[in-house]
Design a protein around this ligand. Structure first.
Ligand code: FE2
Length: 304
């Protein structure tokens, strides 16, 4: 059923919802070993069929409204939404979904409704392999990430800015109608913050773990350092101020260079075909989005 490629490919036919429901245990075992599965050749013609497939898998969803994600997204069905509204030329660099917040999903489903004419692959990278090499090649940095954790700073606009990969408004991100409500939510989460003159909000997380120990004992580079450092750049955000160690010391380009190089070397691109569905273990595998040309529609659904 599967080969040894990464991601592991499950090529079959028929109804994906029924397949996932009947084969849940085998699918989970395959996911646990590969970190990412691609379901190809099934009948998944539209977002409704994708929603049904996710339901067939049968685990509880993680909703965009409840999340602290920075990305601007639009719901398509109750549990399916657009992956990111950022423009085609914007690369989204490798990350673990929402690891820059205290609330994150355990697994991600992606569905390709329309494959881009050129580009638009989803890069995937085993984060346990990254951390193992980082320990060998940049031991001080790896140890400091593990010991101190990291803090992320993000400036959120007052209203959604779909032109940015980081454009979700503070009102939407924090489910807050007023500045007072936003502050109460940030206080609960242990963030610090500062209001800016244009009505945007600069928020800094408490120190969050940057390395995660999985059930089997493997350690993963579970964070958003690469995405933040390479990509959190827009009219409001400077990547050089986006990430610090837990003690507040800036993480520099020099610090990040080995992690970026190693992750690039270990990355495999998932080149989408329309109808493909991927299932990704968010604790084990990082993902991103390559720039593309033409129309592309990849939808996501998150598992709590
Ligand atoms: Fe993502």
């Amino acid at each position: 059923m599967t080969d040894t490629e990464f991601p592991s490919i499950i090529a079959s036919g028929g109804d994906l919802s029924a397949f996932l429901s009947v084969n849940k245990q085998a699918v989970d075992a395959a996911l646990n070993s590969a970190g990412a599965l691609l379901f190809r050749g099934f009948e998944v013609p539209d977002p409704i069929a994708f929603d049904a497939a996710v339901n067939g898998y049968g685990e509880q969803g993680f909703t965009y409204e409840d999340s602290l994600s920075n990305a601007v997204r639009t719901n398509v069905t109750q549990r399916v939404f657009t992956a990111n509204e950022a423009p085609p030329t914007t690369e989204i660099f490798l990350h673990h979904e929402m690891a820059q917040t205290p609330l994150y999903p355990s697994k991600l489903f992606f569905y390709c409704e329309i494959a881009a004419a050129a580009g638009g692959a989803t890069p995937l990278c085993r984060s346990d392999w990254v951390f193992e090499r980082l320990q060998a090649e940049a031991p001080e940095f790896a140890a400091r990430c593990e010991a101190e954790g990291v803090r992320y700073t993000n400036v959120m606009p007052g209203d959604d800015d779909a032109g940015s990969g980081q454009g979700r408004s503070w009102r939407s991100t924090l489910s807050a109608k007023t500045p007072d409500a936003a502050e109460a939510r940030l206080q609960d989460l242990g963030y610090s913050w500062e209001w800016l003159e244009d009505g945007s909000l600069r928020a800094t997380t408490p120190a969050l773990p940057a390395v995660r120990v999985l059930d089997g004992g493997a350690r993963t580079f579970f964070n958003q350092l690469i995405a933040a450092f390479r990509g959190w750049s827009d009219s409001r955000n400077d990547p050089n101020k986006a990430v610090t160690f837990g003690d507040g010391t800036p993480i520099t380009a020099e610090n990040m260079a080995p992690a970026i190089r190693i992750a690039d070397e270990l990355t495999h691109d998932l080149a989408w075909r329309a109808g493909d569905v991927a299932l990704i273990d968010n604790f084990l595998v990082m993902h991103g989005r390559r720039p593309f040309e033409g129309r592309r529609r990849v939808l996501a659904s998150l598992i709590a």
